[in-house]
Design a protein around this ligand. Sequence first.
Ligand code: ZN
Length: 249
Amino acid sequence: MVRGQIPALLYKGFCEAIDWVYPPVCAACDEPGFHLCPQCQSKIQFLIDNKHPNSFGNHQKMVKNNYMNDLPDTGLRSLAVYDGVIREGIHAMKYANNHGISHLFSRWLANMVKDEGWLLDLVIPVPLSTERVKERGYNQSALIARPVSILLGVPFSPYGLKRMRNTQSQVGLSAEERRANVAGAFQGVSEIVSGKRVLLVDDVTTTGSTLEACARALKKAGGNFIFCATVGAALLNDKQLSKLESVQV
Ligand SMILES: [Zn+2]
């Protein structure tokens, strides 16, 4: 057995033990025995090779062209459309303390990152504001990112990126407002990230403004490659997309 596989096997055993003590129920339909039952999983729109659907292709293009085009050596990939079952699963994790489902998301994200073939030195979650951590008791991005680091055998470094100020919720803000809201809100810690290839993990991306602000901060601190991975990607309607197109960077 390869030495690096031991933590991943211990982690798998830990998850199985927790499920044995606290049997899971499907986060979307309450079917016992699953974090997400097969029927609900079959409804998820996985974003395989970014070929599905067209509107996501546009979204991806908008993020890359408008927000991260002057940031070389960056990458972004999301697992599935943020809708239906994925939205319910993420809500269960964020608002109902369902940590079991975060382990499922972590396994899927780790496999997605392996498929991408990204070479990594550190895994960093997008930091949550101190206000939100107090309110929720945990950072949902860290909840996903830590198991991803174990499964990939890449060190977990939550202190490599700091949130310098609290920001208002991005929900309901336009693309421009989102960008202004998070601009300069993060700072990379050069002692930790300098020269490193970083995997940045978040639960959901919409316009990519938070990931962009984080990637810029990590780059400024000397980060080498910044790859972003999220569970959900919110699809933008035509009106939102045209608003994004009007954004000049
Ligand atoms: Zn279900």
